[in-house]
Design a protein around this ligand. Structure first.
Ligand code: GDP
Length: 366
């Protein structure tokens, strides 16, 4: 039986999820061919369908695929969102925009569901992004402008875990230097990445250590190679084999372990990102928590206040329309009156003319 490595999930989460299943949504950002698909297949030990993407897209797009993975009796609804054409355009200044829009759109969809009168959040397919794996090219040099721009525009919306893609193409000493450089560049540019939580004592030791491995140096492969009498996921080269699941070869297994053990924390932090999105949106819609001493007031009160505001606005509008209508009617009436007066003077003139003719005895008009 194939293993999806869900055995690493904490017991409590497993118990809760056995009944309903749960969803987890990963966003992979990285240039075309950096190894996003291979890493996803390696992390979940399943070869997901993968059609290679071209380098000739005129703008960045996103491809979403949802899979249902069953492990023992836990159902995981996994959504993988990958960028297409990232870094392929000449002008990369707004490459991040479609990604930011996508993340926001998932928040918006959730908010819409939440605001419905009859909500079905329980069966709703939550597509909010729980984690974003940002693939850095293994150049050994600095981060690129596109990396800094993209991460900076996303760090208040999503948990970012930076990874160095195709890490087998960089030497061990260079890799350590590169990792340090990346971390210091992230700090000096004020980019906040996801930190594995260290406040819970059961995981604080391992999480503190793992934070020290960031960014993870990952290697992925779609292939399995025979090593001894076992088939292992690996990349085979003329000079040797890089084993994806060997911790001295790369950090892929660490990433998998950390994603699984911190899944609940990632989901919780996502809820916090959503909260601030929701807050902004509702404020823009005019909802505000105001009351004595800024005390929060119930949603019912907010709705009632909104309803009153709406009624007053409606009344005001109706009054205005009535006024405009009356003005028009009065204007028309004045015009009609004037016309009638003119007609009357005309009639009188004709009558006096008739009289004059009759007096002269010429002829009668009637
Ligand atoms: P994507 O476009 O980012 O999804 O990249 P793919 O996963 O399709 O990989 C593109 C190419 O890079 C394929 O030929 C993979 O075999 C290769 N590749 C993927 N992961 C790695 C890796 O970790 N190391 C190396 N050297 N090559 C990789």
């Amino acid at each position: 039986k194939r293993k999806h490595r869900m055995d690493l999930l904490p017991d409590q989460l497993v118990r809760k999820s056995i009944k309903h299943g749960f969803c987890f949504n990963i966003l992979c950002i990285g240039e075309t061919g950096i190894g996003k698909s291979a890493l996803m297949s390696s992390l979940f030990n399943t070869n997901f369908d993968n059609s290679p993407s071209t380098h000739f897209l005129s703008s960045v797009r996103l491809r979403t695929q949802t899979y249902e993975l069953q492990e023992s009796n836990v159902l995981l609804k996994l959504t993988i969102v990958k960028t297409l054409g990232f870094g392929d355009q000449v002008n990369k200044a707004d490459s991040y925009q479609p990604i930011v829009d996508y993340v926001d759109a998932q928040f918006e969809a959730y908010l819409e569901e939440e605001l419905k009168v009859i909500r079905s959040l329980f069966s709703y397919h939550d597509t909010r992004i729980h984690v974003c794996l940002y693939f850095i090219s293994p150049t050994g040099r600095s981060l690129k402008t596109i990396d800094l721009l993209t991460m900076r525009n996303l760090d208040s919306k999503v948990n970012i875990i930076p990874v160095i893609g195709k890490a087998d193409s960089i030497s061990k000493t260079e890799l350590q230097e590169f990792k340090k450089k990346i971390m210091s560049e992230l700090v000096s540019n004020g980019i906040r990445i996801y930190q594995f939580p260290t406040d819970d004592e059961t995981v604080s030791g391992i999480n503190t250590m793992t934070n020290g491995y960031l960014p993870f140096a990952v290697v992925g492969s779609m292939e399995k190679v025979k090593v001894g009498n076992k088939m292992v996921r690996a990349r085979q080269y003329p000079w040797g084999i890089v084993k994806v699941e060997n911790e001295s070869h790369c950090d892929t297994i660490k990433l998998r372990r950390m994603l699984c053990t911190n899944m609940e924390d990632l989901r919780e932090k996502t809820r916090a990102y959503y909260e601030s999105y929701r807050c902004c949106r509702l404020e823009k819609l005019g909802c505000r928590d105001i009351g004595p001493e800024n005390k929060s007031i119930s949603l019912q009160e907010v709705v009632e206040a909104k309803r009153l505001e709406f009624c007053l606005e409606k009344e005001e509008k109706e009054k205005k329309i009535k006024q405009q209508f009356m003005q028009k009617v009065n204007k028309k009436a004045a015009v009609l009156e004037e016309a009638e007066q003119q007609a009357n003077t005309h009639k009188q003139e004709i009558m006096s003319y008739e009289e004059q003719l009759r007096d002269l005895g010429l002829f009668s008009l009637k």
